[in-house]
Design a binder for this molecule. Structure first.
Ligand SMILES: [Zn+2]
Length: 114
């Protein structure tokens, strides 16, 4: 696996809906929970679940096996456009007020709400 040095800008943000396009979780969709720019990885809700054997703690007085999301490579997911509902590549556009937005390359709609 490639070693990434330094922070990496990713195409996705927390809260985005993404679809996994590679690996054993291909086709799964979920919301981005966290972006780990340092590692070029992201946490996606319901994707790449691992079982953690947890000791009893305050949150979980019983302890036991907990399913948790593990990070996946950012390059292995594609953003799902909320307008056309398909995985898409991103473009950028400058709006009238000068702010930059991410746009869907398929349907051209802006992906960042204000
Ligand atoms: Zn679209």
């Amino acid at each position: 696996m490639a070693v990434v040095v330094g922070r990496q800008a990713l195409h996705v943000k927390k809260g985005d809906l993404v679809e996994v396009i590679h690996g054993k979780h291909r086709g799964k969709r979920g919301k981005v929970l966290r972006v780990l720019t340092k590692h070029g990885r992201i946490l996606v809700e319901g994707v790449n679940l691992v079982k953690r054997h947890t000791r009893p703690n305050q949150k979980l007085p019983q302890g036991g096996i907990v399913e948790k999301e593990a990070a996946v490579y950012g390059a292995k997911v594609m953003l799902v456009c909320p307008s056309c509902g398909k995985p898409t590549r991103l473009g950028h556009a400058i709006q009238d007020d000068g702010t930059r937005v991410r746009v869907c390359r398929r349907c051209g709609s802006a992906l960042d709400k204000k």
